[in-house]
Design a protein around this ligand. Structure first.
Ligand code: MN
Length: 231
């Protein structure tokens, strides 16, 4: 065994409700265009196929944190999303048995540098700079599924400084949790530790330093972050 040439990266992990053990994060997958009203507000067509992209695991932000306003953008936006946590790996997972691959679920915010995303869309460039930046993935503790069905309905909402900006129901997702897992696993093998942000409903918008964001999904802790000064 040789030592590492530079300090090894830390394991990123998330608390689990009712459990002292933590959930270790391997990959963060995200789904774009999964609520019709949001597709329309972004100028798309709801019959467009959802898209997949990734964030780096160290983009995770623990609940209750302050997130410094990121560099390179004048239009930082929130997107409240249901997040699935993969507990059992698999490739070509059938949607009928997808729940067996899910350890639990959480509430997350897909922070987005919207101006850079719009530019990337226009140029046909990758979305990484708009989506996969430092501290772009706040998330709550995970609620274990414990044999229950995958979440298919329930309120999902987000407020900025106490004003509701997003308010929808998980039942409005175009692709269900099981369908997302089935489709993702046709291209890459899912593994324990993977997170899947499942897309955001309508009402996305900008935030400024000092803003307090509170996300809510039924059955989960509130997700609270504050936007800090640029830095
Ligand atoms: Mn999103």
């Amino acid at each position: 065994m040789s030592a590492y040439a530079v300090p090894a990266p830390e394991i990123v992990s998330i608390p689990v409700l009712g459990c002292a053990e933590r959930f270790p994060v391997r990959r963060i997958y995200c789904v774009g265009r999964n609520y019709a009203a949001h597709v329309r507000e972004m100028g798309g067509d709801e019959r467009d196929q959802p898209v997949f992209f990734q964030k780096p695991r160290d983009a995770i932000v623990q609940n209750g944190s302050t997130v410094p306003y990121p560099a390179l953008t004048e239009d930082l936006q929130y997107e409240i999303e249901l997040v699935l946590a993969v507990g059992r790996g698999g490739m070509n997972i059938p949607h009928r048995t997808a729940a067996e691959n899910v350890y639990g679920y959480a509430a997350g915010i897909d922070l987005t540098r919207r101006d850079l995303q719009l530019q990337a869309k226009k140029e046909g460039s990758p979305w990484d700079i708009a989506k996969a930046f430092d501290r772009s993935a706040p998330i709550t503790a995970i609620r274990p599924l414990d044999g229950a069905a995958l979440p298919a309905s329930g309120a999902i909402s987000l407020a900025v400084n106490g004003v509701t900006k997003q308010s929808a129901d998980l039942a409005e997702m175009i692709w269900s949790c099981a369908e997302i897992i089935a489709t993702l696993s046709t291209g890459d093998r899912l593994e324990p530790g993977d997170l899947i942000y499942t897309g955001t409903p309508a009402g996305v918008g900008p935030v400024q330093p000092g803003d307090r964001i509170v996300g809510h999904i039924d059955g989960l802790p509130e997700l609270e972050i504050t936007i800090g000064e640029k830095g």
